[in-house]
Design a protein around this ligand. Sequence first.
Ligand code: ADP
Length: 403
Amino acid sequence: MKLGCIADDYTGASDLAGLLARSGARVQLHFGLPPDDQTSTADIEIIALKCRSTPADAAVRECEHAGRWLLARGATTLYWKYCSTFDSTEKGNIGPVAEALMQLTGQSQALYCPAFPENGRAVFMGHLFVGNQLLSESSLKDHPLNPMTDANLCRVLAPQVTSEVGLWSRIAQQAGDPMPGTTHVIADAVEFSDLERLIAQTPDSVLLTGGSALAMPLPAKLGLAQNRPAPWPEVASSSLILSGSCSEMTRQQVATWKTTYPAFQINPEDPESAGQALAWWRHQAPDQTCLIYATDTPERVKASQALLGIQDAGQRIETAMARIAAEAYASGVRRFVIAGGETSGAVTQALGIAQVLVGPEICPGVPWVFANQSSDPLALALKSGNFGGPGFFIDALNVLKGL
Ligand code: ADP
């Protein structure tokens, strides 16, 4: 293995895996910490954790463990992957984990660049844009767990770290100015060529951290890119879509699906919701793909959070989704489309999936991935909140039909 990556949620890891697999390098994705006795590794190993919204000390411990696992198996480069919208709170976890990984690798600086030009995420003068809006004016300001209310990434990162944060602006990069000497450096990038330049110009003594797109030039830099045909397993079963994301795009995707196909909404305030959803699902035609969703408007999410508390409201939805997925699996479903990072983590854990092969991309940042390839294959599409177009759920099912 040459490249070892740690991702703070499951959809982000699957996004990274899909983009790195474009290079033709062999990519292995683990959900949760892999066992210590696992020695066989691919060119690129990705460890998906569920630590975006956990307390910083727990996130640091898990990421250190993952970093040690990767370094012990030969990783020459470590990459710390978080959300392209820099989802975090004042207390972490992006900065604290970067500092811990620097300790492990002995690197003296860390570069941060969440830009993902193909998906409209750009950083300019240290400010993160989502499409043509500043992060703080985009729908991310209403995220149920990590509302992002400041687009200035230097300001967002500063309270999370113990030393100074600097900016490597696009103008400075284009002028050939070297990376600033501060321990932590936010880097601008608007186009993919900016990310290629960053990877080419950043010295090895710097820990690379960012969204998935900054990692894309790494396989070529590390000599891993190749033309490898990908044998994907056939997964013959009905499909189920589960959505716990409340992002603006997911809300559009749910609305688009509901115009034509069956859907059932679960409610965090109703403890019977998961059971009712399952009863409804069992009454649909066996080969009919259904959507079960918690997705709701910011106003209704806030009302549930006021009643139950933010953590408890989210936890109830994740527990319900995990139960629905496990019961659907027991009934023979082997194709799952999941919307939402936390939701994907909960479902993947409930299904006991530890390791997957990366398959074809549905849209930038969302590949199908396959578990248990040889015995009882299972296909999963794990979608981060804002990814995909309005017809994403249908697009995902169509990609599998075409295999
Ligand atoms: P995204 O990828 O859009 O960030 P996540 O699944 O990571 O989606 O996060 C959405 C969070 O909101 C989850 O913790 C989920 O359980 C929670 N949630 C979903 N629906 C509701 C709802 N109706 N009320 C309160 N919380 C909700």
